[in-house]
Design a binder for this molecule. Structure first.
Ligand SMILES: [Zn+2]
Length: 225
C-alpha cells in the first residue's frame, strides 16, 4: 500500500520535523530565496535534496528525463525546463545552476540504444532525448568499440556537457556567467559508491567533488565563456 506508507510519512513529518521547526517553516511560507538551481533526473532513486542534505528553500529544482537542458528556443511551445530556468535566473536570481546527472540513467540508456522503430514512433521521450544527440555522436565517435557500460558512462558525462553548453545559449544565463553573477556546474552522482564527480572545464574531466574542488569551480566556472 504505497499511499498508506506515504501518508504515514506525512504524519511523521507533521509531528516531528514541522512541529519542531515552526519558525523555520513560517519564514519559508513568506518567501523563497534559493541560491542554487538544479536540474536533476526524474529517476525515483536519485533525490538530490536527500543526497546533499539540503534544507527546504535551498534548492530551486527541476527534474526531467535524463536531467537535460534544451537549447534556448523561444517558439511559444511548452518549455517547462526553460520556464523554470527563466524564473530561477531572472526571478529568484540564483547564483549557481547545477546539472545533477547520475550513473545508471535509464533515459541515457534509451538514448544510446535507440533504434529506427523508436525514432519513427517518437512519442515524447525520444524527441526530448534528442537534446543530447550530439553527445551521443561524440560518445560513439570515442567509444564505439568499447563495452556498452563504458559507452553509457561516457554518454552520461557528455550529456551533462551538452546541457552546460545549452545553458549558455540562454542570453540571460550567458550574461550572468560573463559578468560573474552566475556559475554553471555539471555533477554526476553514482549510487554505487555514493560519490559525486564534478566537471572540471579546464581539464575536460569529471573529478571527485570535495569542498576544495567546489570552491575552485565556483571561481573558475565564471571563465567558461
Ligand atoms: Zn536518469
Amino acid at each position: 500500500m504505497p499511499l498508506r506508507r506515504l501518508t504515514q510519512g506525512l504524519r511523521e513529518f507533521q509531528q516531528q520535523t514541522f512541529a519542531q521547526r515552526r519558525a523555520f517553516f513560517a519564514q519559508l511560507e513568506r518567501e523563497q530565496r534559493p541560491k542554487v538551481m538544479m536540474i536533476a533526473c526524474s529517476d525515483s532513486r536519485i533525490d538530490p535534496g536527500i543526497v546533499l542534505k539540503a534544507e527546504p528553500g535551498e534548492l530551486f529544482m527541476v527534474r526531467n528525463v535524463a536531467n537535460l537542458v534544451p537549447p534556448h528556443l523561444p517558439d511559444q511551445q511548452h518549455h517547462g525546463t526553460s520556464a523554470a530556468l527563466e524564473f530561477g535566473v531572472n526571478g529568484l536570481h540564483v547564483e549557481h545552476i547545477i546539472i545533477f546527472g547520475h550513473a545508471g540513467c535509464g533515459g541515457i540508456r534509451a538514448l544510446l540504444s535507440r533504434d529506427r522503430t523508436e525514432v519513427d514512433h517518437p512519442g515524447f521521450i525520444h524527441p526530448w532525448l534528442n537534446i543530447a544527440d550530439e553527445a551521443r555522436r561524440r560518445t560513439l565517435l570515442i567509444a564505439r568499440d568499447r563495452p556498452v557500460e563504458e559507452q553509457l558512462r561516457l554518454l552520461e558525462e557528455e550529456a551533462i556537457k551538452t546541457s552546460l553548453a545549452n545553458l549558455l545559449t540562454f542570453p540571460w544565463i550567458e550574461a550572468g556567467v560573463a559578468e560573474g553573477r552566475l556559475r554553471v556546474h555539471g555533477w554526476l552522482f553514482d549510487l554505487h559508491d555514493g560519490e559525486v564527480r564534478a566537471y572540471v572545464p579546464t581539464k575536460n574531466t569529471f573529478e571527485q567533488l570535495t569542498p576544495e574542488l567546489a570552491a575552485e569551480l565556483s571561481v573558475l566556472a565564471g571563465e567558461m565563456t
